[in-house]
Design a protein around this ligand. Sequence first.
Ligand SMILES: Cc1ncc(COP(=O)(O)O)c(C=O)c1O
Length: 496
Amino acid sequence: MSTTTNSAPKLWGLPDERELAAFAAGRLAEYLPGLAYPAAGYAPGPEAGEPNPSYAPLVVAQDGATPGAQAASDAGAPVSPPRQAALPYVGEYPLEKIRADFPILAEKIKGRQLVWLDNAATTQRPGQVIERLRYYYEHENSNVHRGAHALAGRSTDAYEGARAKVAAFIGASGPESVVFVRGATEALNLVANAYVRPLLRPGDEIILTLLEHHSNIVPWQILAEETGALLRVAPVDASGQILVSEYAKLFNRNTRFVSVTHVSNALGTVTPLEELIAVAHARGVRICVDGAQSVSHMPVDVSALDADFFAFSGHKIFGPTGIGVLYGKSELLEAARPWQGGGNMIADVTFARTSYKKAPEKFEAGTGNIAGAVGLGAAIDYVSAIGMDNIARYEQELLAYGIDELRRVPGLRPVGTATRRAGVLSFVLDGRNPEDVGRYLNEAGIAVRAGHHCAQPVLRHFGYEATVRPSIAFYNTPGEIEHLARTLLSLARLHG
Ligand SMILES: Cc1ncc(COP(=O)(O)O)c(C=O)c1O
Protein backbone atom coordinates (compact mmCIF):
# COMPACT_ATOMS: atom_id res chain seq x y z
CA MET A 1 0.00 0.00 0.00
CA SER A 2 1.61 3.30 -0.97
CA THR A 3 1.96 6.12 1.54
CA THR A 4 -0.14 8.44 -0.59
CA THR A 5 -3.22 6.19 -0.27
CA ASN A 6 -2.61 6.08 3.49
CA SER A 7 -2.68 9.82 4.00
CA ALA A 8 -5.66 11.26 5.83
CA PRO A 9 -8.27 13.28 3.98
CA LYS A 10 -7.91 17.06 4.01
CA LEU A 11 -8.84 18.72 7.29
CA TRP A 12 -10.62 21.57 5.59
CA GLY A 13 -12.86 21.30 2.61
CA LEU A 14 -14.58 18.02 1.93
CA PRO A 15 -12.61 14.98 0.86
CA ASP A 16 -13.79 13.64 -2.43
CA GLU A 17 -15.00 10.06 -2.75
CA ARG A 18 -11.72 8.86 -4.16
CA GLU A 19 -9.75 10.26 -1.22
CA LEU A 20 -12.15 8.79 1.31
CA ALA A 21 -11.98 5.41 -0.33
CA ALA A 22 -8.22 5.48 -0.47
CA PHE A 23 -8.07 6.50 3.17
CA ALA A 24 -10.45 3.74 4.22
CA ALA A 25 -8.52 1.25 2.16
CA GLY A 26 -5.29 2.16 3.85
CA ARG A 27 -6.82 1.87 7.31
CA LEU A 28 -8.53 -1.41 6.56
CA ALA A 29 -5.32 -2.82 5.20
CA GLU A 30 -3.62 -1.86 8.45
CA TYR A 31 -6.14 -3.69 10.62
CA LEU A 32 -7.13 -6.50 8.30
CA PRO A 33 -4.14 -7.21 6.11
CA GLY A 34 -5.84 -10.16 4.43
CA LEU A 35 -8.81 -8.18 3.27
CA ALA A 36 -8.92 -7.37 -0.41
CA TYR A 37 -10.29 -3.85 -0.49
CA PRO A 38 -10.35 -2.31 -3.95
CA ALA A 39 -8.21 0.71 -3.03
CA ALA A 40 -6.12 1.10 -6.11
CA GLY A 41 -8.89 0.14 -8.45
CA TYR A 42 -11.59 2.06 -6.64
CA ALA A 43 -13.42 4.55 -8.70
CA PRO A 44 -16.56 6.34 -7.71
CA GLY A 45 -19.62 5.33 -9.69
CA PRO A 46 -20.12 6.88 -13.06
CA GLU A 47 -21.93 10.17 -13.18
CA ALA A 48 -25.64 9.85 -13.59
CA GLY A 49 -26.49 9.23 -17.18
CA GLU A 50 -23.23 7.43 -17.93
CA PRO A 51 -23.59 3.74 -18.66
CA ASN A 52 -22.63 1.56 -15.72
CA PRO A 53 -21.41 -1.85 -16.80
CA SER A 54 -22.42 -3.40 -13.49
CA TYR A 55 -26.10 -3.20 -14.44
CA ALA A 56 -25.96 -3.18 -18.20
CA PRO A 57 -28.86 -5.08 -19.66
CA LEU A 58 -28.41 -8.69 -20.50
CA VAL A 59 -24.67 -9.06 -20.11
CA VAL A 60 -24.80 -12.62 -21.39
CA ALA A 61 -23.19 -12.79 -24.78
CA GLN A 62 -24.23 -15.67 -26.96
CA ASP A 63 -20.90 -17.41 -26.85
CA GLY A 64 -19.26 -15.96 -23.74
CA ALA A 65 -19.48 -17.53 -20.30
CA THR A 66 -20.76 -15.29 -17.51
CA PRO A 67 -20.09 -15.61 -13.79
CA GLY A 68 -23.82 -15.97 -13.21
CA ALA A 69 -24.08 -18.76 -15.72
CA GLN A 70 -21.32 -20.63 -13.96
CA ALA A 71 -22.99 -20.19 -10.59
CA ALA A 72 -26.27 -21.49 -11.94
CA SER A 73 -24.79 -24.50 -13.64
CA ASP A 74 -22.78 -25.32 -10.53
CA ALA A 75 -25.86 -24.96 -8.39
CA GLY A 76 -27.52 -28.26 -9.01
CA ALA A 77 -29.04 -30.84 -11.25
CA PRO A 78 -31.06 -29.62 -14.20
CA VAL A 79 -34.83 -29.95 -14.02
CA SER A 80 -35.08 -32.29 -16.92
CA PRO A 81 -31.80 -33.58 -18.30
CA PRO A 82 -32.84 -34.42 -21.86
CA ARG A 83 -34.48 -31.06 -22.48
CA GLN A 84 -32.02 -29.00 -20.48
CA ALA A 85 -29.23 -30.35 -22.66
CA ALA A 86 -30.56 -28.42 -25.63
CA LEU A 87 -32.52 -25.46 -24.38
CA PRO A 88 -34.02 -23.21 -27.00
CA TYR A 89 -33.16 -19.59 -27.69
CA VAL A 90 -35.28 -16.58 -26.89
CA GLY A 91 -34.48 -14.34 -29.80
CA GLU A 92 -30.72 -14.50 -30.05
CA TYR A 93 -30.17 -15.42 -26.40
CA PRO A 94 -29.74 -19.02 -25.26
CA LEU A 95 -32.20 -19.86 -22.53
CA GLU A 96 -29.60 -21.26 -20.17
CA LYS A 97 -27.83 -17.93 -20.18
CA ILE A 98 -31.05 -16.03 -19.60
CA ARG A 99 -31.82 -18.34 -16.69
CA ALA A 100 -28.37 -17.73 -15.25
CA ASP A 101 -29.28 -14.04 -14.98
CA PHE A 102 -31.99 -14.92 -12.44
CA PRO A 103 -30.23 -16.05 -9.26
CA ILE A 104 -33.40 -17.33 -7.59
CA LEU A 105 -33.97 -19.89 -10.35
CA ALA A 106 -31.02 -21.83 -8.91
CA GLU A 107 -32.89 -22.16 -5.61
CA LYS A 108 -33.70 -25.59 -4.20
CA ILE A 109 -37.13 -26.32 -2.75
CA LYS A 110 -37.37 -29.51 -0.69
CA GLY A 111 -34.13 -30.61 -2.26
CA ARG A 112 -35.52 -30.10 -5.77
CA GLN A 113 -34.66 -27.50 -8.32
CA LEU A 114 -37.17 -24.65 -8.07
CA VAL A 115 -39.59 -24.51 -10.99
CA TRP A 116 -41.12 -21.06 -10.89
CA LEU A 117 -44.51 -21.21 -12.55
CA ASP A 118 -46.18 -18.48 -10.51
CA ASN A 119 -45.24 -15.64 -12.81
CA ALA A 120 -48.74 -14.22 -13.01
CA ALA A 121 -48.54 -13.53 -9.27
CA THR A 122 -45.05 -12.08 -9.49
CA THR A 123 -42.02 -12.54 -11.71
CA GLN A 124 -38.44 -13.07 -10.60
CA ARG A 125 -35.73 -10.41 -10.92
CA PRO A 126 -32.58 -10.70 -12.99
CA GLY A 127 -29.23 -9.88 -11.39
CA GLN A 128 -29.16 -6.71 -13.50
CA VAL A 129 -32.20 -5.35 -11.63
CA ILE A 130 -30.85 -6.43 -8.25
CA GLU A 131 -27.50 -4.82 -9.05
CA ARG A 132 -29.20 -1.65 -10.25
CA LEU A 133 -30.96 -1.31 -6.91
CA ARG A 134 -27.71 -1.88 -5.07
CA TYR A 135 -25.97 0.69 -7.28
CA TYR A 136 -28.73 3.19 -6.65
CA TYR A 137 -28.40 2.86 -2.89
CA GLU A 138 -24.61 2.85 -2.99
CA HIS A 139 -24.11 5.79 -5.34
CA GLU A 140 -27.26 7.75 -6.05
CA ASN A 141 -29.64 7.66 -3.09
CA SER A 142 -31.29 10.98 -2.39
CA ASN A 143 -34.76 12.43 -2.58
CA VAL A 144 -35.61 13.64 -6.07
CA HIS A 145 -36.36 17.09 -7.46
CA ARG A 146 -35.50 18.73 -4.17
CA GLY A 147 -31.82 19.37 -3.68
CA ALA A 148 -29.02 21.36 -5.18
CA HIS A 149 -26.48 18.71 -4.23
CA ALA A 150 -24.87 16.07 -6.41
CA LEU A 151 -26.83 13.08 -5.16
CA ALA A 152 -30.16 14.84 -5.69
CA GLY A 153 -29.06 15.33 -9.28
CA ARG A 154 -28.08 11.69 -9.66
CA SER A 155 -31.26 10.30 -8.14
CA THR A 156 -33.44 12.71 -10.14
CA ASP A 157 -31.65 11.75 -13.34
CA ALA A 158 -32.03 8.06 -12.54
CA TYR A 159 -35.72 8.45 -11.64
CA GLU A 160 -36.60 10.59 -14.62
CA GLY A 161 -34.45 8.38 -16.83
CA ALA A 162 -36.57 5.43 -15.74
CA ARG A 163 -39.71 7.36 -16.60
CA ALA A 164 -38.37 8.02 -20.09
CA LYS A 165 -37.55 4.30 -20.47
CA VAL A 166 -41.08 3.33 -19.48
CA ALA A 167 -42.54 5.87 -21.92
CA ALA A 168 -40.46 4.53 -24.80
CA PHE A 169 -41.20 0.92 -23.83
CA ILE A 170 -44.98 1.31 -23.97
CA GLY A 171 -45.01 3.73 -26.91
CA ALA A 172 -46.19 6.73 -24.88
CA SER A 173 -45.92 10.13 -26.53
CA GLY A 174 -43.55 11.28 -23.78
CA PRO A 175 -42.47 10.83 -20.16
CA GLU A 176 -45.06 13.34 -18.95
CA SER A 177 -47.68 10.66 -19.69
CA VAL A 178 -46.09 8.23 -17.24
CA VAL A 179 -47.09 8.44 -13.57
CA PHE A 180 -45.20 6.30 -11.08
CA VAL A 181 -47.53 4.59 -8.62
CA ARG A 182 -47.36 1.59 -6.29
CA GLY A 183 -48.69 -0.87 -8.83
CA ALA A 184 -51.57 -1.64 -11.15
CA THR A 185 -54.01 -1.55 -8.24
CA GLU A 186 -53.06 1.98 -7.31
CA ALA A 187 -53.09 3.05 -10.96
CA LEU A 188 -56.67 1.82 -11.40
CA ASN A 189 -57.78 3.49 -8.17
CA LEU A 190 -56.14 6.69 -9.38
CA VAL A 191 -58.07 6.65 -12.65
CA ALA A 192 -61.32 5.90 -10.83
CA ASN A 193 -60.90 8.69 -8.31
CA ALA A 194 -58.92 11.38 -10.09
CA TYR A 195 -60.41 11.18 -13.57
CA VAL A 196 -63.76 9.35 -13.52
CA ARG A 197 -65.26 10.35 -10.16
CA PRO A 198 -65.81 14.03 -11.08
CA LEU A 199 -67.60 12.95 -14.29
CA LEU A 200 -70.20 10.78 -12.57
CA ARG A 201 -73.82 11.57 -11.80
CA PRO A 202 -76.37 9.11 -10.37
CA GLY A 203 -77.48 6.71 -13.09
CA ASP A 204 -74.26 7.00 -15.09
CA GLU A 205 -72.72 3.72 -16.18
CA ILE A 206 -69.23 2.20 -16.21
CA ILE A 207 -68.50 -0.84 -18.37
CA LEU A 208 -66.19 -3.61 -17.16
CA THR A 209 -65.81 -7.20 -18.36
CA LEU A 210 -66.34 -10.49 -16.61
CA LEU A 211 -62.61 -11.18 -16.89
CA GLU A 212 -61.50 -8.46 -14.52
CA HIS A 213 -59.15 -8.91 -11.59
CA HIS A 214 -60.58 -7.62 -8.31
CA SER A 215 -58.30 -4.58 -8.73
CA ASN A 216 -60.35 -3.58 -11.74
CA ILE A 217 -63.69 -4.28 -10.09
CA VAL A 218 -63.59 -3.06 -6.51
CA PRO A 219 -62.43 0.54 -7.15
CA TRP A 220 -65.31 0.96 -9.60
CA GLN A 221 -67.74 -0.64 -7.20
CA ILE A 222 -66.75 1.76 -4.43
CA LEU A 223 -67.08 4.63 -6.88
CA ALA A 224 -70.49 3.43 -8.02
CA GLU A 225 -71.72 3.08 -4.45
CA GLU A 226 -70.60 6.58 -3.60
CA THR A 227 -71.92 8.32 -6.72
CA GLY A 228 -75.03 6.35 -7.62
CA ALA A 229 -73.41 5.09 -10.82
CA LEU A 230 -73.99 1.56 -12.15
CA LEU A 231 -71.58 -1.12 -13.33
CA ARG A 232 -72.31 -3.01 -16.56
CA VAL A 233 -70.35 -6.20 -17.21
CA ALA A 234 -69.46 -7.54 -20.67
CA PRO A 235 -69.92 -11.33 -20.85
CA VAL A 236 -67.52 -13.97 -22.19
CA ASP A 237 -68.06 -17.02 -24.39
CA ALA A 238 -67.42 -20.62 -23.34
CA SER A 239 -63.70 -20.26 -24.05
CA GLY A 240 -63.38 -17.21 -21.82
CA GLN A 241 -63.16 -14.65 -24.62
CA ILE A 242 -65.11 -11.39 -24.42
CA LEU A 243 -68.20 -11.29 -26.62
CA VAL A 244 -67.51 -8.02 -28.43
CA SER A 245 -71.03 -7.81 -29.87
CA GLU A 246 -72.49 -8.08 -26.34
CA TYR A 247 -69.98 -5.57 -25.05
CA ALA A 248 -71.02 -3.12 -27.77
CA LYS A 249 -74.67 -3.48 -26.73
CA LEU A 250 -73.87 -2.24 -23.22
CA PHE A 251 -73.17 1.29 -24.43
CA ASN A 252 -75.91 3.84 -24.10
CA ARG A 253 -76.20 7.55 -23.45
CA ASN A 254 -75.37 7.02 -19.76
CA THR A 255 -72.07 5.28 -20.40
CA ARG A 256 -69.27 7.38 -18.93
CA PHE A 257 -66.22 5.12 -18.85
CA VAL A 258 -64.86 1.67 -19.69
CA SER A 259 -62.13 -0.29 -17.91
CA VAL A 260 -60.97 -3.63 -19.33
CA THR A 261 -58.15 -6.05 -18.89
CA HIS A 262 -55.66 -6.76 -21.66
CA VAL A 263 -54.92 -10.29 -20.45
CA SER A 264 -56.98 -12.22 -17.91
CA ASN A 265 -54.86 -13.32 -14.97
CA ALA A 266 -57.18 -16.24 -14.24
CA LEU A 267 -57.68 -17.66 -17.75
CA GLY A 268 -54.90 -16.10 -19.82
CA THR A 269 -57.38 -14.73 -22.37
CA VAL A 270 -55.88 -11.97 -24.50
CA THR A 271 -58.79 -9.64 -25.05
CA PRO A 272 -59.52 -8.05 -28.46
CA LEU A 273 -58.30 -4.72 -27.16
CA GLU A 274 -58.22 -2.90 -30.48
CA GLU A 275 -61.90 -3.65 -30.98
CA LEU A 276 -62.86 -2.85 -27.39
CA ILE A 277 -61.12 0.50 -27.65
CA ALA A 278 -62.58 1.25 -31.09
CA VAL A 279 -66.13 0.51 -29.90
CA ALA A 280 -65.71 2.76 -26.85
CA HIS A 281 -64.20 5.60 -28.85
CA ALA A 282 -66.86 5.34 -31.54
CA ARG A 283 -69.32 6.14 -28.74
CA GLY A 284 -67.21 8.94 -27.37
CA VAL A 285 -66.27 7.04 -24.21
CA ARG A 286 -62.79 6.90 -22.67
CA ILE A 287 -61.24 3.55 -21.81
CA CYS A 288 -58.65 2.34 -19.31
CA VAL A 289 -56.65 -0.84 -19.89
CA ASP A 290 -55.40 -3.05 -17.08
CA GLY A 291 -52.10 -4.22 -18.55
CA ALA A 292 -50.84 -6.00 -15.43
CA GLN A 293 -50.73 -9.34 -17.24
CA SER A 294 -49.81 -8.19 -20.72
CA VAL A 295 -46.69 -6.01 -20.58
CA SER A 296 -44.36 -8.87 -19.69
CA HIS A 297 -45.70 -11.18 -22.41
CA MET A 298 -46.06 -9.07 -25.56
CA PRO A 299 -45.07 -5.76 -27.10
CA VAL A 300 -47.45 -3.00 -26.01
CA ASP A 301 -47.87 0.29 -27.83
CA VAL A 302 -50.37 2.48 -26.03
CA SER A 303 -50.31 5.08 -28.82
CA ALA A 304 -51.00 2.54 -31.57
CA LEU A 305 -53.74 1.02 -29.40
CA ASP A 306 -55.11 4.50 -28.70
CA ALA A 307 -55.60 3.52 -25.04
CA ASP A 308 -56.66 6.46 -22.88
CA PHE A 309 -55.12 4.98 -19.73
CA PHE A 310 -52.92 1.92 -19.25
CA ALA A 311 -51.90 0.43 -15.88
CA PHE A 312 -49.23 -2.09 -14.91
CA SER A 313 -47.03 -3.26 -12.03
CA GLY A 314 -43.23 -3.40 -11.96
CA HIS A 315 -43.08 -6.71 -10.13
CA LYS A 316 -44.91 -8.51 -12.91
CA ILE A 317 -42.30 -7.43 -15.43
CA PHE A 318 -39.13 -8.50 -13.60
CA GLY A 319 -38.85 -5.22 -11.67
CA PRO A 320 -39.21 -4.40 -7.98
CA THR A 321 -42.41 -4.59 -5.95
CA GLY A 322 -44.06 -1.37 -4.81
CA ILE A 323 -43.63 0.38 -8.14
CA GLY A 324 -46.04 0.55 -11.02
CA VAL A 325 -47.12 2.76 -13.86
CA LEU A 326 -50.17 4.63 -14.90
CA TYR A 327 -49.99 5.84 -18.48
CA GLY A 328 -52.54 8.47 -19.40
CA LYS A 329 -52.98 10.65 -22.45
CA SER A 330 -51.58 14.05 -21.50
CA GLU A 331 -54.83 15.92 -21.91
CA LEU A 332 -56.65 13.41 -19.68
CA LEU A 333 -54.01 13.57 -16.96
CA GLU A 334 -54.23 17.35 -17.09
CA ALA A 335 -58.02 17.16 -16.84
CA ALA A 336 -57.87 14.79 -13.86
CA ARG A 337 -57.86 16.28 -10.40
CA PRO A 338 -55.04 15.54 -7.95
CA TRP A 339 -55.10 12.09 -6.44
CA GLN A 340 -53.30 12.63 -3.16
CA GLY A 341 -52.07 15.90 -1.68
CA GLY A 342 -48.61 16.56 -0.28
CA GLY A 343 -45.11 17.54 -1.22
CA ASN A 344 -43.71 17.18 -4.73
CA MET A 345 -47.09 17.69 -6.43
CA ILE A 346 -47.56 21.38 -5.66
CA ALA A 347 -46.49 24.52 -7.50
CA ASP A 348 -47.40 26.88 -4.66
CA VAL A 349 -49.12 26.57 -1.29
CA THR A 350 -50.83 29.18 0.87
CA PHE A 351 -53.51 28.50 3.46
CA ALA A 352 -55.96 30.12 1.08
CA ARG A 353 -55.19 27.93 -1.92
CA THR A 354 -52.74 25.57 -3.54
CA SER A 355 -51.72 25.35 -7.17
CA TYR A 356 -50.46 22.08 -8.56
CA LYS A 357 -47.69 21.00 -10.83
CA LYS A 358 -48.57 19.49 -14.15
CA ALA A 359 -48.75 15.74 -14.68
CA PRO A 360 -47.03 13.48 -13.85
CA GLU A 361 -45.84 15.24 -10.66
CA LYS A 362 -49.43 16.27 -9.89
CA PHE A 363 -50.10 12.59 -9.12
CA GLU A 364 -46.87 11.82 -7.26
CA ALA A 365 -47.42 13.36 -3.83
CA GLY A 366 -44.77 12.65 -1.22
CA THR A 367 -41.65 10.57 -1.60
CA GLY A 368 -42.29 7.74 -3.99
CA ASN A 369 -40.47 4.50 -4.58
CA ILE A 370 -37.48 6.10 -6.27
CA ALA A 371 -35.27 3.02 -6.21
CA GLY A 372 -38.21 0.95 -7.40
CA ALA A 373 -38.66 3.18 -10.43
CA VAL A 374 -34.96 2.97 -11.21
CA GLY A 375 -35.10 -0.82 -10.84
CA LEU A 376 -38.10 -0.93 -13.15
CA GLY A 377 -36.05 1.01 -15.69
CA ALA A 378 -33.37 -1.70 -15.45
CA ALA A 379 -36.00 -4.42 -15.91
CA ILE A 380 -37.22 -2.65 -19.02
CA ASP A 381 -33.66 -2.43 -20.32
CA TYR A 382 -33.36 -6.15 -19.72
CA VAL A 383 -36.47 -7.31 -21.56
CA SER A 384 -35.88 -4.76 -24.31
CA ALA A 385 -32.43 -6.22 -24.94
CA ILE A 386 -34.03 -9.61 -25.53
CA GLY A 387 -36.91 -8.06 -27.45
CA MET A 388 -40.56 -8.24 -26.46
CA ASP A 389 -41.49 -9.75 -29.81
CA ASN A 390 -38.93 -12.54 -29.21
CA ILE A 391 -40.30 -13.06 -25.72
CA ALA A 392 -43.86 -13.22 -27.05
CA ARG A 393 -42.90 -15.74 -29.73
CA TYR A 394 -41.03 -17.99 -27.34
CA GLU A 395 -43.78 -17.90 -24.74
CA GLN A 396 -46.45 -18.70 -27.30
CA GLU A 397 -44.54 -21.84 -28.25
CA LEU A 398 -44.04 -22.78 -24.62
CA LEU A 399 -47.71 -22.20 -23.86
CA ALA A 400 -48.80 -24.35 -26.81
CA TYR A 401 -46.41 -27.03 -25.60
CA GLY A 402 -47.86 -26.75 -22.09
CA ILE A 403 -51.42 -27.08 -23.38
CA ASP A 404 -50.41 -30.28 -25.21
CA GLU A 405 -48.52 -31.69 -22.25
CA LEU A 406 -51.37 -31.08 -19.82
CA ARG A 407 -53.78 -32.86 -22.19
CA ARG A 408 -51.94 -36.07 -21.29
CA VAL A 409 -53.09 -35.82 -17.67
CA PRO A 410 -56.30 -37.81 -17.10
CA GLY A 411 -59.05 -35.85 -15.40
CA LEU A 412 -57.39 -32.49 -16.04
CA ARG A 413 -59.80 -29.85 -17.27
CA PRO A 414 -58.41 -26.58 -18.62
CA VAL A 415 -60.23 -23.48 -17.45
CA GLY A 416 -60.02 -20.87 -20.18
CA THR A 417 -59.49 -22.09 -23.70
CA ALA A 418 -59.57 -18.90 -25.77
CA THR A 419 -57.58 -19.05 -28.99
CA ARG A 420 -55.63 -15.93 -28.01
CA ARG A 421 -54.01 -16.60 -24.67
CA ALA A 422 -50.88 -15.52 -22.86
CA GLY A 423 -48.94 -16.73 -19.88
CA VAL A 424 -51.51 -18.84 -18.07
CA LEU A 425 -52.47 -22.55 -17.96
CA SER A 426 -55.40 -22.65 -15.52
CA PHE A 427 -56.98 -26.03 -14.76
CA VAL A 428 -58.77 -28.23 -12.28
CA LEU A 429 -58.07 -31.88 -11.66
CA ASP A 430 -61.05 -34.17 -11.17
CA GLY A 431 -61.53 -35.19 -7.57
CA ARG A 432 -58.70 -32.98 -6.32
CA ASN A 433 -58.88 -29.78 -4.41
CA PRO A 434 -56.77 -27.12 -6.22
CA GLU A 435 -54.93 -26.23 -3.00
CA ASP A 436 -53.97 -29.90 -2.55
CA VAL A 437 -52.70 -30.00 -6.13
CA GLY A 438 -50.63 -26.89 -5.41
CA ARG A 439 -49.14 -28.51 -2.30
CA TYR A 440 -48.35 -31.71 -4.20
CA LEU A 441 -46.56 -29.74 -6.91
CA ASN A 442 -44.63 -27.86 -4.25
CA GLU A 443 -43.24 -31.20 -3.03
CA ALA A 444 -41.73 -31.54 -6.49
CA GLY A 445 -40.26 -28.04 -6.35
CA ILE A 446 -42.95 -26.57 -8.61
CA ALA A 447 -44.46 -23.25 -7.56
CA VAL A 448 -47.93 -22.54 -8.94
CA ARG A 449 -50.85 -20.52 -7.65
CA ALA A 450 -53.92 -22.40 -6.45
CA GLY A 451 -56.95 -20.36 -5.46
CA HIS A 452 -59.31 -17.77 -6.86
CA HIS A 453 -56.53 -15.56 -8.29
CA CYS A 454 -58.40 -12.40 -7.25
CA ALA A 455 -60.85 -13.02 -10.08
CA GLN A 456 -63.80 -14.66 -8.34
CA PRO A 457 -66.54 -13.48 -10.73
CA VAL A 458 -65.05 -15.15 -13.79
CA LEU A 459 -64.10 -18.35 -11.96
CA ARG A 460 -67.60 -18.62 -10.51
CA HIS A 461 -69.02 -18.03 -13.98
CA PHE A 462 -67.23 -21.22 -15.02
CA GLY A 463 -68.44 -23.01 -11.88
CA TYR A 464 -65.25 -22.91 -9.81
CA GLU A 465 -64.17 -21.34 -6.57
CA ALA A 466 -60.53 -22.05 -7.33
CA THR A 467 -58.21 -23.43 -10.00
CA VAL A 468 -54.58 -24.44 -10.25
CA ARG A 469 -52.73 -21.83 -12.27
CA PRO A 470 -49.26 -22.47 -13.64
CA SER A 471 -48.10 -19.28 -15.33
CA ILE A 472 -45.04 -18.93 -17.48
CA ALA A 473 -42.34 -16.37 -18.26
CA PHE A 474 -39.63 -16.38 -20.90
CA TYR A 475 -37.14 -18.04 -18.51
CA ASN A 476 -39.28 -21.17 -18.20
CA THR A 477 -38.19 -24.24 -20.14
CA PRO A 478 -39.93 -27.07 -21.94
CA GLY A 479 -38.27 -29.36 -19.37
CA GLU A 480 -40.06 -27.55 -16.57
CA ILE A 481 -43.37 -27.97 -18.38
CA GLU A 482 -42.65 -31.69 -18.78
CA HIS A 483 -41.81 -31.91 -15.09
CA LEU A 484 -45.15 -30.26 -14.29
CA ALA A 485 -47.07 -32.63 -16.53
CA ARG A 486 -45.24 -35.70 -15.18
CA THR A 487 -45.89 -34.65 -11.59
CA LEU A 488 -49.57 -34.10 -12.34
CA LEU A 489 -49.72 -37.47 -14.07
CA SER A 490 -48.34 -39.15 -10.99
CA LEU A 491 -50.88 -37.32 -8.82
CA ALA A 492 -53.76 -38.22 -11.14
CA ARG A 493 -52.72 -41.90 -10.91
CA LEU A 494 -52.54 -41.92 -7.13
CA HIS A 495 -55.31 -44.06 -5.61
CA GLY A 496 -56.56 -45.10 -8.92
C1 LIG B 1 -54.97 -8.53 -14.32
C2 LIG B 1 -54.45 -7.93 -13.04
N1 LIG B 1 -54.78 -6.68 -12.72
C3 LIG B 1 -54.32 -6.08 -11.61
C4 LIG B 1 -53.52 -6.75 -10.74
C5 LIG B 1 -53.04 -6.06 -9.50
O1 LIG B 1 -51.66 -5.92 -9.52
P1 LIG B 1 -50.89 -5.42 -8.23
O2 LIG B 1 -51.30 -6.33 -7.11
O3 LIG B 1 -49.46 -5.53 -8.59
O4 LIG B 1 -51.32 -4.01 -8.00
C6 LIG B 1 -53.15 -8.06 -11.01
C7 LIG B 1 -52.33 -8.84 -10.06
O5 LIG B 1 -52.34 -10.05 -10.04
C8 LIG B 1 -53.62 -8.67 -12.20
O6 LIG B 1 -53.29 -9.92 -12.51
